[in-house]
Design a binder for this molecule. Structure first.
Ligand code: AGP
Length: 615
């Protein structure tokens, strides 16, 4: 997704903006640009390609000034061209803007502006947007001290769609303006400087004091003052918050890729998920921010889990864990489907959304739809202060630390662990006994150590990856709580190695996918559950009978018969409540090594973004 960084302060903006863009690269982009305002002149550099190239151009050309904006673009309207890259400048050359989001009524605005004599150099909705600001600026009283801020506010009233913007004006060299609706925007309050960014990682190296803008709010950063108001002219008191992680948490360190670093951070991420979240008698979990009482939770007769992508796989695991341990019926929905389905839900339904970024627009829309219908909503989320965190009625922060790799790893197992803790909590509100609760907590506390053991499979899996790196198709099979892990394993493989991979319930293979099976299409079979081991053994034999290679994932107590499978990955025995977490580790490592051997951009896979904030 696009990234925005703006700066106004006592230091040279250019290197700060470039550094900020580098920290946003993980979000995915295809072009980048920077604009610096100095002595009333706008110096603009933008281009297709990487930030490193932009940095060379900008810094080598001596771009400097104390006010600037910059942008990484993930193309929505218009192709990947230099003209379409941001920042965009109005026809009169006075207004420069970086924009995230999609303007739905840009065609009608463009026609209106053309009727006023405006012409356009790009195919983007953002260029229309910046010219509408310029149009309002020309209509404002020249002597008004808030002329620029007011022109942005008045323009926003005509905009339909989503935006996060950073805007500056050549005639206002001491003011930077930002606004948001549907696309995240954060203000960083530094030492005699302000930053605006679409993501905390772009400004965390300069300050951890931030203000998260809400939809319909705009901010003026001028002469060392922060002025926050709504598009309806209501003045607001900014709520300054502290970011809950440090810049070094997002450094690559000695790892080759963020994805590998985050895979190996999982024991710590699980520890963080549990910190302070068990009762003194260690018989159940406790959560500080649910904002829903035990009495209310006892009334819940259905839970709807809703998310996108990997987070949706976590929802599927939640169905197995919550129904097994809390005996509450669970429904799982893709957020993008639920938001339009107008589902008839029982009035005691609890809606839980899961989102690492807390900004996925479909998940946010599903949350808002649930709230509109009066349902209690909770969020399991890894981004403090994110839109989903702030708009849900309550929730559970993952505290997994920043996840930079586009392919979700530690955030996913952190979500699984929190779901497992939530299943325990809900179970103990109902029929789970004290003793069962104590054993469950012991199992949860062992998870980091068992994950660390599973990570020791790394070398074996790297060796195995070399055998399978050239496959073109692959089937991931699993039953029960391993079915979502089969889906997740397939997603991991396809999104970073570009190999076609499908996850399927193992028993379903005979209803179609077995037609794919052959020596060109290996199968990865998750056979970790003792109670259905023989069923999976049969599935493996069916696959082997058709000449396909099989990698089985098993636990120590239940290996496959000698010689049956081509490769076997053995994970430690564990309590059923943490089995999905443990089984995820080999899936992550296998996809990582195969993608790396195929020369793929593991951290920034093609066409993908870390947070999907456009529909
Ligand atoms: C997973 O590896 C992908 N990066 C993607 O499916 C992701 O899980 C999905 O976009 C949801 O993101 P969120 O958790 O930030 O809402």
């Amino acid at each position: 997704m696009c990234g925005i960084v703006g700066y106004i302060g006592n230091r040279d903006a250019t290197p700060i903006l470039i550094e900020g863009l580098k920290r946003l690269e993980y979000r995915g982009y295809d072009s980048a640009g920077v604009a610096i305002l100095k002595n009333g002149n706008l110096n603009l550099k933008k281009q297709k390609g990487r930030v490193a190239e932009l940095s060379r151009k900008a810094l080598n050309n001596g771009m400097s000034g104390s006010l600037g904006i910059s942008h990484t673009r993930w193309a929505t309207h218009g192709g990947v061209t230099e003209e379409n890259a941001h920042p965009h400048v109005s026809q009169d050359g006075k207004i420069a803007m970086a924009h995230n989001g999609v303007i739905e009524n840009y065609v009608s605005i463009k026609k209106f502006l053309e009727s006023k004599g405006y012409s356009f150099y790009s195919e983007t909705d953002s260029e229309v947007f910046v010219n509408l600001i310029a149009y309002h600026y020309e209509k404002e009283d020249e002597d008004s001290p808030t002329r620029f801020f007011d022109s942005v506010r008045k323009c926003l009233r005509h905009i339909e769609g989503t935006y996060g913007i950073a805007v500056m004006c050549t005639e206002c060299p001491n003011e930077l303006v930002g606004a948001r609706k549907g696309s995240p925007l954060i203000v960083g309050i530094g030492d005699e400087e302000f930053l605006i960014a679409s993501d905390v990682s772009a400004l965390i190296s300069r300050t951890s004091n931030v203000v998260y803008l809400n939809d319909g709010e705009l901010v003026s950063l001028k002469n060392g003052k922060l002025n926050l108001r709504t598009t309806d002219e209501e003045d607001l008191e900014p709520e300054i918050q502290k970011v809950d992680w440090e810049i070094q948490d997002s450094e690559l360190g000695d790892y080759e890729h963020y994805m590998l670093k985050e895979i190996f951070e999982q024991p710590t991420a699980l520890e963080n998920a549990m910190r302070g979240r068990f009762t003194d008698d260690s018989s159940t979990a406790k959560f500080g921010g649910l904002n829903v009482s035990a009495q209310e939770l006892r009334q819940v007769d259905r839970i709807l889990f809703c998310a996108c992508g990997t987070a949706w796989h976590a929802c599927l695991v939640a169905e197995y864990l919550v129904e097994r341990y809390a005996r509450i019926p669970v429904e799982v929905e893709y957020a993008s489907e639920f938001r339009y389905r107008n589902a008839p839900l029982d009035k005691h339904t609890l809606v839980i959304v899961i989102s690492q970024s807390g900004e996925t627009i479909d998940t946010l829309a599903a949350l808002r739809e649930s709230k509109r219908k009066g349902y209690k909503t909770l969020a399991i989320n890894n981004s403090v202060g994110s839109t989903i965190a702030r708009e849900s009625d309550g929730g559970i922060y993952q505290h997994a630390g920043p996840e930079i790799g586009v392919a979700s790893t530690k955030a996913f197992t952190s979500q699984l662990h929190i779901i497992s803790m939530l299943a325990l909590y809900l179970g103990r509100l109902r029929d789970m006994s004290y003793q069962d609760g104590v054993e469950y907590v012991e199992a949860l506390k062992k998870a980091p150590e068992l994950v660390a053991d599973a990570l020791k499979l790394n070398d074996q899996i790297e060796e195995m990856a070399a055998k399978y790196k050239d496959m073109q198709d692959c089937l991931f099979l699993g039953r029960q709580d391993m079915f979502p892990i089969a889906l997740e394993g397939a997603l991991k493989l396809k999104e970073i190695s570009y190999i076609h991979a499908e996850g399927y319930p193992a028993a379903e293979m005979k209803h179609g996918p077995i037609a794919l099976i052959g020596n060109e299409c290996p199968a990865i079979v998750l056979a970790t559950q003792p109670d259905i081991h023989t069923k999976l053994l049969s599935n493996i034999q069916e696959v082997k009978a058709r000449g396909a290679s099989v990698i089985s994932v098993v636990n120590q107590s239940n290996p496959m018969p000698e010689g049956l499978v081509d490769d076997q990955i053995v994970i430690p025995d564990c309590h059923r409540s943490i089995l999905p977490t443990l089984a995820s580790i080999p899936m992550q490592l296998l996809s990582y090594h195969i993608a790396k051997m195929r020369g793929c951009d593991v951290d920034k896979p093609r066409n993908l973004a870390k947070s999907v904030t456009v529909e």
